[in-house]
Design a protein around this ligand. Sequence first.
Ligand SMILES: N[C@@H](CCC(=O)N[C@@H](CS)C(=O)NCC(=O)O)C(=O)O
Length: 233
Amino acid sequence: MVMKLYAVSDGPPSLAVRQALAHLQLPFELVSVDYGAGEHMTTEYALMNPQKEIPVLDDDGFFLSESNAILQYICDKYKPDSHLYPQEPKARAIVNHRLCFNLSTYYANISAYTMAPIFYDYDRTPLGLKKVHMALEVFETYLQRQGTQYAAADHLTIADFQLINTNMTLEAIGFDFSQYKRIHKWYNDFKKDYPDLWKISADAMKEIQHFAENPPDLTHLNHPIHPARKANK
Ligand SMILES: N[C@@H](CCC(=O)N[C@@H](CS)C(=O)NCC(=O)O)C(=O)O
């Protein structure tokens, strides 16, 4: 049975997995999850992922969430020789490190500033901005010390997909990160070198920009954590 990816059209972790599947030329069925309709908050969805987060991979009844784990699994299972996830321990450790860095810091700090205030009643605060710059400075330092064209090697790896899509949310809100020269180059190299993969991010960016201009009213979700913003507030 072909793999199914439950994904949300504008979510960076979902986009990263779609790009990896596309780059590895692995056939899969894309199942679109409607975040605004709360499709990820149902009891049926919780059977696939008790965290009620998107994406989820269904590989013939093997359900896997956490996009980093999905990226690692699809490489290990279907393309173990792919340059996207090297086998050599140090090269692999750097990829794993960048995936953890994105999850703990880059995506965490940046999406809290870019995405959360679009969809929920959060403000962009000076502290939030400080955290964005801290994340950018650290990533800039990694790129400088690593000295490679991509985030973990001189070629694309699964870590780039996560980091690129986090970065895309900065572009989506018109955040100028050009002072981070290496990040700026890395991001634009990806666009130039992989236009088909970038299109997956670019289409999502248009959606995010649409929502930024027309903030959705998600009151009906009764989200357990996030405070809803009423559209006409
Ligand atoms: N750590 C998870 C995070 C995934 C994530 O943040 N998904 C968002 C959509 S982009 C989500 O499903 N959030 C649940 C919610 O806001 O209710 C992963 O990497 O897969």
